[in-house]
Design a protein around this ligand. Sequence first.
Ligand code: ADP
Length: 441
Amino acid sequence: MPPRARSAWTRTLGQLVLVLAAALLLGLVSGQVGLALALAALGVVAWHYWRLRRVLARLSSRQRQPVAEGNGVWNELERQLRENQENMRARKRRLVAMLRAYRAAAAALPDAVAVVERNSQRVQWFNEAATSLLGLRYPQDIGQPLGERLQTLQISHWLTAGRNAEPLLDAPSPVSSDIRLDLRLIPYSEDLWLVVARNVTKMMRLEQVRRDFVANVSHELRTPLTVVHGYLDMLDPDEHPEWAPMLSEMQLQSQRMTQLVEDLLTLSRLEAQDGIDSETVAMGSMLSTLRREAEALSQGRHVITLEDSAGVDLRGSTKELHSAFSNLVSNAVRYTPADGTIAIRFAREGGGAVLSVQDSGYGIPAAHLPRLTERFYRVSTSRSRESGGTGLGLAIVKHVLNLHHARLEIASEVGRGSLFSCHFGAERVQAPDAASHGAAS
Ligand code: ADP
């Protein structure tokens, strides 16, 4: 007990003793000791009850009342109660202010935010941007299942995936299909999820402008390049032998530029595509073509092997897959010194299939592997240029495989060689047309 409370208590006890002593004295004087003591005790009890009533009244009253002066036990009790009450009020005020500040911050976010109950998928709360981006309306939509409210987005299934839900990218907003949204599901507690939708319309537009720009520039460059290339071909180095080295360098560079423009156009075309043809890709003839191309590029400097243990065909675009595979083969030839080996393999993997190109060439340091499929990313620019590379080959490979829902895996060791493999799912594999395959080596 704090000293102040203890002294209040002793003081009140002292007062009681005094009252009783006075009553005893009065009783002795009047000869009615019992009556005097009983009356005094009754008086004390009545006073205590009255004070108790005051404390109760004070507790239930909303108004602040001044604490009576005095240092008895009841006044001390009232003082302490008042202190506690004020502390609690101040804490409540602080918490309310904090809650308001958080709500105001969430409401002011440019991204749509909605709090959803995990089991029922019902909306508990949402901010202003959720109205403009997701079309949620206050108060009607509070307590409504989010999946039903955003039916056009078909997100019920996505919501069920919960923790495993991948972000939904570039989805049309239910308010207007001109607004594009990236949706993310954040399970932030056991029972509550946060759905965050970001407006990416501008970014998508910029991306479109960038793509169109690259496509247009490449297209515009094509014609002048063809002209330059044509005239260069017409110039006869025998007429001016001193120009011969210059002419051949100019021809080489103009060929490089033409290849660069062609690769950029291919990439633009691939980027603009949402899906891909689904024709039969005859792998038998594809593999022999790849081998022929490898041999032509290598010109006998490498040992080239071909192995087809899969004996199946693929579904997709023959043209695009050929461009992807031949990029891998040409890289293998270009980045493998003479006398190296290059193995092209086509094999089954579970229900799917893998096409791999392995070389015994220079290899790639591990730090470069994650960025290899970026445009113009090269491990060694000079080696790439010398061998006629544009820096776009693997970017094309990645795009083509993405369109086929396939994935590219790269394993490499410096000085020992690299393995590029394209993994296709079961849905891309189909039984071959008769006699289109034959194991080769
Ligand atoms: P490039 O036209 O320069 O070959 P790519 O996109 O095809 O461009 O490849 C990107 C880079 O990856 C190359 O510059 C090269 O450094 C590296 N690379 C690709 N394939 C191989 C390989 N088989 N062996 C070693 N390095 C490779």
